[in-house]
Design a protein around this ligand. Structure first.
Ligand code: 1PR
Length: 547
């Protein structure tokens, strides 16, 4: 390949850069991976998608001599694009597990978002930019939302103002992108910011995030330049499509969907309900405007996921064409196979990340970890939740809660948090506690959803996926009582799940609770309500959404 069509990629192996690779290839470039510091100095254009924690990344860069090479490369004003942590590392230092020194090219300290002012941390989701300088690479973005996922951010100041090209508002006005000469960096993820736009003065259609990469890769292209100003926006509420995946009795991986977690048909054969093929459906939901896609490997608790190669293949294939975040859950735990080989939960998660997942979701294993933590009051650091969030960051770890209502005459009848519920119990009970379950709802545990949510937040979860077995597949709306209880109890984002049956259920959950996202499965699979109508309805009702 001629050097003109090669992009040098700095991937130090800490997470999922599969989507960045896919996006670069999609734009017609070949990728050369950095092996030595010299590869950085020889690059024609360098993309640095920083993933993982700040300290761990600096450690690798310092030990390999790449830190010095990066500084030389950037000081020479060579074409550079940093993404997410690839922006933060350019600053003097970060407070993440620190202070830890960064590359020191831009004045400023990277600090944590302040969650005391009602803004949930991590900042996860779609937000718009306020472009302050002609940044060139942002010229097609305008008012479109782009995808952020981070707990730390750099702030604009008089010392770094000549670097700042756009900001974003999330409690603070933090730095969303920097630009000086040929050096660019963005806090958001262009490779995850799908969503159709028409290019300025051009009849072509593109995707928001791809337009950013394209403008970096083709700086002198004939697309007319015109800086566009973004309007201030709020973080958009997300609409998530969920695919429960398992092998059917023939061994094919299918998207299935249960009623209160029972996924078998009510027929004599009692077969697993089959609603389609995972890769195809995910591609369809991406085109329909899903803000995220979740895959739950619902038999992961008994089938070891690394033995479950089709699921990894589903992720690999999906991430080739789907440019929004992908979450995968099911079976993330320590495991010893028949030959006695031990796999840590971190290995399982790493394989999911390598295959294209941006976030992993933990169900059963998080319940055990929370029970232990509440019992002993001690963090062992050894649970899957703690290990994975330490290496990949809190924002990459979702805890999926599968609670079932247990009705009570009085809230004092249990040691767990009980609330008054709108739908009373079979004997007129007005209260309920929400008992957590494991193994796909098969076993109830001595812990409530409220206690679990608070414990897993402390253990390092970055987000909660809140299901409700009673509502699952019923189409009668989300359990607003439960979602309000949990979203008021924690400072991390909460995804409302189970029971969506109409567009109004989405506006209700956003109006009455502090949920950051709403997830549905059945109505999308059965094509009863398209994702686009959900978005349009929310928009009409005044909710900020990505259209
Ligand atoms: O315990 O770490 O192996 O993870 C297992 C994962 O699989 C958990 O996230 C658990 O929620 C999920 N799971 C296990 N069994 C089932 C089942 O259905 N039999 N599915 C299951 C959970 C529930 C929702 C569903 C919503 C929306 N799926 O995510 O998509 O309820 O549905 P609706 O819109 O149709 O009402 P581990």
């Amino acid at each position: 390949a001629s050097s003109d069509s090669v992009v040098t990629l700095l991937d130090y192996g800490a997470g999922n850069v599969r989507s960045v690779r896919n996006a670069i290839r999609h734009l017609g470039f070949e990728i050369k991976d950095v092996q030595t510091p010299q590869d950085i100095l020889n690059a024609n254009r360098l993309i640095f998608p920083g993933v993982g924690a700040f300290a761990a990344a600096m450690d690798v860069l310092n030990k390999t001599g790449m830190a010095e090479a990066l500084c030389t490369y950037i000081e020479k004003d060579r074409p550079f694009l940093g993404i997410c942590l690839g922006l933060q590392l350019l600053f003097e230092s970060s407070e993440e597990n620190g202070p830890v020194n960064g590359l020191g090219l831009i004045p400023g300290v990277v600090g944590r978002f302040d969650s005391t002012n009602g803004f949930r941390v991590p900042h996860i989701g779609w937000n718009a930019l306020q472009v302050t300088e002609d940044s060139e690479i942002l010229d097609d973005v305008g008012n479109h939302h782009v995808y952020f996922v981070h707990s730390y951010r750099a702030m604009p100041s008089s010392d770094n103002k000549e670097w700042v090209s756009s900001t974003c508002n999330y409690g603070d006005n933090f730095i969303a992108s920097i630009r000086r000469g040929n050096v660019h960096a963005v806090q958001f993820h262009p490779e995850k910011s799908g969503g159709k736009i028409s290019l300025l003065n051009c009849s072509q259609l593109s995707y928001v995030g791809l337009s950013v990469l394209r403008r970096f890769l083709y700086p002198k292209s004939n697309m007319t330049k015109k800086p566009t100003e973004g309007k201030a926006s709020r973080l958009a509420k997300r609409v998530i499509a969920c695919l429960d995946v398992r092998a059917n009795d023939k061994g094919d991986l299918v998207v299935t969907k249960g009623d209160q977690y029972d996924v078998r048909e009510n027929t004599e054969e009692n077969e697993v309900r089959n609603l389609g093929k995972p890769v195809e459906l995910a591609g369809q939901y991406y085109k329909d405007g899903a803000d995220e896609i979740s895959f739950l490997n619902i038999t992961g608790f008994r089938d070891f996921p690394l033995g479950d190669l089709p699921m990894l293949q589903v992720l690999r294939l999906t991430s080739e064409n789907v440019f929004v975040p992908l979450t995968v859950g099911g079976g993330i735990r320590d495991f010893t196979d028949a030959t006695g080989r031990h796999y840590s939960s971190l290995e399982v998660a790493s394989e999911y990340f390598r295959s294209g997942a941006d976030k992993i979701s933990i169900g059963s294993d998080a319940v055990y970890a929370a029970e232990e933590y509440i019992k002993t009051g001690m963090k062992t650091g050894k649970s899957s939740l703690e290990q994975i969030s330490r290496v990949y960051g809190n924002q990459a770890v979702v805890v999926s809660i599968d609670p079932r209502r247990v009705y009570l005459k009085s809230p004092n009848d249990v040691e767990f948090k009980a609330i008054r519920v709108k739908d009373t119990g079979p004997n007129g009970e007005e209260y309920a506690w929400y008992q957590c379950t494991v193994n796909g709802g098969r076993e109830g545990r001595p812990i409530g959803a409220y206690e679990l949510a608070k414990a897993v937040e402390e253990l390092g979860a970055g987000e909660i996926l809140l299901n409700c077995i009673d509502c699952d597949g019923q189409g009668k709306g989300f359990d607003v009582d439960l979602i309000k209880l949990i979203s008021d109890a924690v400072n991390i984002p909460v995804i409302a799940s189970s029971g969506a049956g109409a567009v109004e259920h989405f506006s209700e959950v956003f109006m009455k609770t502090n949920a950051s996202a709403a997830l549905a499965a059945g109505i999308f699979h059965r094509k009863e309500v398209p994702i686009q109508s959900v978005k349009e309805h929310l928009f009409k009702e005044g909710t900020e959404v990505r259209i």
